[in-house]
Design a protein around this ligand. Sequence first.
Ligand code: NAD
Length: 270
Amino acid sequence: MARPEGTIRVCLVGACGRMGMEAARALAKAPGLELSAAIDRSHCSEPLRQFAGPTVPDLEVEQKLGAALERTGCHVMVDFTHPGVAADHALTAIRHGVAPVIGTSGIASAGLNDIKHACQEASVPGMIVPNFAFGAVLMMKFCEMASKWLPDAEVIEMHHDQKVDAPSGTAMRTAEVIAASRARARRALPNEIIKADGARGANVAGIKVHSVRLPGLVAHQMVMFGGSGETLTIRHDSIERSSFMPGLVLCVNEVWNLEGLTIGMDRLMT
Ligand code: NAD
């Protein structure tokens, strides 16, 4: 695949949400990109500027993704909506020859498979990125390194109280990365007594993941490794949603240089 010549036109789905508004501002000011359509299930026909401020293009919020893609000839669709609908949005984009860059987390594995097959069949690239923050990707890389020497690890992820899915996509991916790179898994205590359900967290790829939801948080994760007489804690904090924007812009610029469906943006950070 080759990046389209000239300006990359972008359709943003979930434009009136917390991430959508931030993304609208970032895409509007990114050189070489043009925010061409804004989709949301609510606020239809209202001006996007009402939500994202005066720096974004003068667009009306629309409801119908397919119609917007046909009218604007967009190259890339960005989705920050809900795990129950994001896969359908991706499939609609692919049917229109538009590369999906999905930021929505928590898409079920059946949806992920459908997107993967659709990308292959249509020869349209796509990305699903659990975390667009460069620091979060580095955190996962450091965890991969650490787990070779300290294979015993637990993940504690902390998010704002409006997040609908748990564990976070980043925590799931971190656990999978650690599980794939460590030489051995810790054996559970045979005589462990659980006095309250969930006390030991969720089991993701054999690693305990604990999810905290509180107002005041944005997106944070600590990964604790334990060895003989030592612990190592690797922590990442997204303090503002702006932390996700340089990575989003990178993915929108690069998706057409990839093939098939790519999970995560590690490949773009070599
Ligand atoms: P939000 O609830 O503030 O916004 C979601 C928006 O999507 C709303 O405006 C809603 O009206 C719209 N929407 C929902 N269903 C729709 C549909 N069918 N069609 C069109 N629009 C629809 O949520 P948020 O905090 O912006 O988060 C959105 C997603 O992004 C979540 O899954 C969250 O976990 C994820 N997220 C990803 C990253 C990342 O780096 N990948 C970072 C933060 C959040």
